[in-house]
Design a protein around this ligand. Structure first.
Ligand code: ADP
Length: 547
């Protein structure tokens, strides 16, 4: 039995006892009033010689007589207070209490006495029955109460179990309560609550998943820091920008952010509660970012800050490339223009009168003008990039031969041995101008950076839906350290030599752009003094040769 149940039992028992004695007291008082009334009524009909029936236990006592009761009554009134007619008194002859009523009979004082009536001597059987019924009822009620409270306890326990299951997010059991049960509305409410909570939890989970997905796919680096300077939320972009993996548990933000300027911005935002914004080069990853640190108030003077990093690295590098390009173009254009104007001025200054010098200077001017044209053409090609596509079916062998034809003069002059291993029937559907550009530039370089009497081999390899074009030369080769850079715009390994060849430093940059436009790859293997091999692999559609 539970403590509170035990207390209830005690309280009910106490109530039953109090009730029992209250009934008893009412009965006793009632009997007393009744006995007094009976004595008074009897007294009105009593004469001096009246003998009441024995069963009434009444006695008519002459106050001046010699009976035991008369003596008792007289002793009882010793203190000089002589009883008066109509008054009540109590005596105890033989130790038995008797009620006395004083009366006047024929001018003399008499007393009418009767054994004091109690519930026991008036109706002992009735009394016994009353006690049995009363306490029997009490026991019965207690038993019923016990059974009921046990049942109630079981119901409460199962509802409590349901609430615990709801709290632990476990499936709840269907409660077997009748609609008449006092707890039925609570059980019903628990079921409704469980259902509502499940929906709310699912909704929250869905929102959380959506939020996580959004955060993880945001291109901006995001980090939420609380007032204890701990990381609450962060995302993959932030880890990438900081160049380290960020623990998914709550931890101090300084574990992740080591950049002095960014830390200063966070501290300032936390301290002053003002938005901080500036462009930074992160010390860890050397990335250029636009950092915003936004304080977010969450009440009670507690504040959080949100760091948002926009990666500007690509933008800045494009800007830098553009600036470099413009600087390079200006520089490259300046050289032939200076030469042209220099020689023209010298000629105008009088040198034109010497036919030999005139011819020599005009040749130089013509060569520099050609270089200028080549430069401008290359720049235009680069700038135009992959804007328009010209898909057409071409013969690869013809395209190679055309490229070789363009440099036939130099090939002949330098006595180069050329070998073309390209099947005649090889036809592909491809962006032809781009492919032609690639072939021209690679073959040009294979000719110009070759040694006299060297060899050039142009071959192709056909794979499933890919075509590899291999241009091999036996020229000067490219040192390993330079190989990664030669595709940059205006980059030249040997500047003087390249210029002599009329090179602009843009040929391979154009090749790289074109291969990129063709969705292909370019590979280089080279050994200084032995030669170079450029392999371009592009996805193409092979077609039957056109009739
Ligand atoms: P350029 O107009 O100067 O030839 P490119 O972009 O075509 O410019 O080439 C860049 C540099 O790469 C050249 O200056 C040269 O030093 C080197 N290079 C290119 N192709 C070859 C090759 N086949 N053999 C050796 N060096 C080469």
């Amino acid at each position: 039995m539970h403590k509170h149940e035990r207390r209830s039992v005690w309280e009910l028992s106490l109530l039953a006892i109090v009730g029992f004695f209250a009934i008893l007291a009412i009965a006793v008082v009632g009997l007393r009033v009744h006995q007094r009334e009976a004595l008074r009524n009897t007294a009105s009909i009593v004469r001096s010689d009246t003998r009441p029936p024995a069963w009434t236990h009444m006695h008519v006592v002459d106050m001046k007589g010699h009976s035991l009761r008369a003596r008792d009554l007289r002793t009882h009134t010793i203190n000089g207070q002589i009883p008066e007619a109509g008054a009540f008194d109590t005596i105890h002859p033989h130790g038995v209490p008797e009620l006395v009523y004083y009366m006047n009979v024929d001018g003399r004082l008499y007393a009418l006495t009767q054994r004091r009536q109690t519930v026991w001597n008036v109706a002992p059987h009735l009394m016994l029955l009353l006690i049995i019924v009363y306490w029997g009822l009490y026991v019965l009620l207690m038993l019923l109460w016990r059974v009921r409270s046990k049942h109630l306890r079981a119901e409460i326990q199962s509802i409590a179990r349901n609430f615990q299951q709801i709290r632990r997010n476990e499936p709840t059991q269907q409660l077997l309560l009748t609609p008449h049960s006092r707890l039925y509305p609570i059980a019903q409410a628990a079921q409704d609550l469980a259902q509502q909570l499940t929906t709310t939890r699912q909704d929250a989970q869905m929102r959380r998943a959506r939020f996580d997905r959004l955060m993880q796919n945001l291109p901006q680096g995001v980090m939420l820091i609380d007032d204890a300077r701990n990381v609450q939320i962060t995302n993959a972009a932030m880890a990438q920008m900081l160049g380290k993996s960020i623990q998914p548990v709550v931890h101090p933000y300084v574990d992740d952010i080591k950049d002095y300027h960014l830390t200063k911005m966070v501290e300032k935002a936390l301290l002053k509660g003002k938005v901080q914004r500036r462009e930074l080069d992160l010390s860890e990853t050397e990335r250029s970012v636009e950092a915003s640190v936004v304080p977010i108030g969450v009440g009670n003077n507690r504040s959080q800050v949100l760091i948002i990093l926009y990666d500007l690295t690509y933008l800045r590098s494009v800007e830098r490339m553009q600036t470099d390009f413009v600087a390079n173009v200006s520089h490259e254009l300046k050289t032939p223009i200076t030469a042209i104007s220099g020689f023209a001025e010298t000629l105008l200054g009088g040198a034109k009168d010497d036919p030999a010098v005139l011819t020599q200077f005009l040749q130089i001017i013509a060569k520099e003008a050609a270089r200028l044209t080549q430069l401008v053409n290359d720049i235009i090609t680069l700038q135009r990039g992959g804007t328009d596509r010209h898909l057409e079916t071409i013969s690869v062998r013809q395209a190679v031969e055309q490229a070789l034809q363009n440099v036939a003069g130099t090939i002949k002059k330098r006595q180069l041995h050329v070998e073309t291993i390209v099947p005649r029937e090889l036809h592909v559907r491809v962006d032809a101008p781009r492919l032609t550009q690639v072939l021209h530039n690679l073959i040009d370089n294979a000719v110009f950076y070759n040694r006299d009497g060297g060899a050039i081999t142009v071959s192709t390899l056909r794979e499933e839906n890919q075509l590899a074009i291999i241009v091999r030369d036996t020229g000067i080769g490219i040192p390993a350290a330079e190989q990664a850079r030669i595709f940059e715009r205006f980059y030249r390994v040997d500047k003087a030599r390249s210029r002599n060849n009329g090179g602009t430093g843009l040929g391979l940059a154009i090749v790289a752009d074109a291969v990129n436009d063709l969705n292909g790859k370019i590979q280089l293997t080279s050994q200084p003094g032995r030669g170079s091999t450029f392999t371009v692999t592009i996805p193409v559609a092979f077609t039957e040769p056109l009739q």
